[in-house]
Design a protein around this ligand. Sequence first.
Ligand code: LMR
Ligand code: MN
Length: 430
Amino acid sequence: KSEITNKLDNKIRVELDAADDLYEKKNYLNSKALYEEILLKYPYSPRALYGKANCLSKMAEIERSNQLLEESIRVFNLLVTAGDVPDQLLLTAGPELARLQTFRGWNTRAIKTHQLLADRFPKNISLKNQLGVSLLIAGQNTRAKTVFQQVLDIDKNNGFGNVHLGFIYKVENQDLEKAVKYLRAGLNSNAPGTIEGKFYFHLGDALVRLNRPDEARQVYIEGAEKGVLLSPDQRSLYNVNHLTGRPWWTVEQTGYSKYIKLLEDNWKIIRDEGLANMDVEKGVFLPESENLIETGDWKQFTLYARGRQDKRNCQRAPKTCSILQQIPDAIECSRGQVKFSVMHPGVHVWPHTGPTNCRLRAHLGLVIPPGPKIRVANDTRTWTEGEVIIFDDSFEHEVWHHGDSLRLVLIVDFWHPELSTKLRKQLTAI
Ligand code: LMR
Ligand code: MN
């Protein structure tokens, strides 16, 4: 314990050790009382602050109390901002404080803590990496980029820094060459924290967009071999294990025949409501927003998302929504959407993969000229007016519209039929 004991604490180490003993015995209430007694005399005793904060955090956990958690955070904060705290103690208490702040949902404060640690130990790469991650989680990509760049300035081979810097370049979509360079270097390092599906996902995607599909394929194969992608073709990142995965499904295979029939029987009503909303100059059809198109114009009009109805849009398409209300497996699918999708001639959608293997995506053909087609894995198909096709969009798919007039479909995501009702309720929305 000498490493976490400063001069003052050394004088009172017998009392501190006694309080620590109670803590080890999980007697948090009495342990806390002892630390508090010490703090009465020595309000800035680092070890007493640390001990008290830990007791509070344990008690918060046991009692599931936010009040105790906040109290613990407050005491940890006193500690990390106090003077003369031994490095070893700061290095243990600081990350713990950040963890509690994140758990409490206080991302901004967690960033402050990480920043404080990174400033205090400027040569410590791991602390910089943790700061970078907390910035990324908060969506502060520009700051995160600077931090990971600093990591690489100190150690250009740092794997963790490389994958994250590459990841940021990729999502910025400005300099894909750099994204490839850093992601590749990071993955090659095999360092802890680098072998994750999302890094293979984005490295492959960057290569595809740089017209290097063969290299992308190798990356996907590697990701699948490492066990972080379901397969080279099925690259969703929010998955439930052991669900049947196949690119195209027949209606019978889904078990949703009666719902599919309902949609097909009513296709003209649905089509007319979709078209009526396209005439309106109100902009209810919104441009695709996930940066999936290479060329062309692709817009969507969303009726349900994440298992919730868009009330205003349903008022604009009431007949369609009243039909959909009869399809719980779709409208309650918190990992999917129901939306009209219009593609104009000239569209090319990059090969891409949806976020989850928990849904199957049905397309009801509404206005289908010759020309558009969709590839899912190795199998390219097209739409027919009044008919539903069903695919699993966790598999790579790509869309072209080489026709002369618009293509309109209704996209309906269904829960994967093998998911139990219980699990459907537990899964976080996407
Ligand atoms: C997709 O789901 O990526 C596309 O197939 C959507 C569409 O409108 O074809
Ligand atoms: Mn898609």
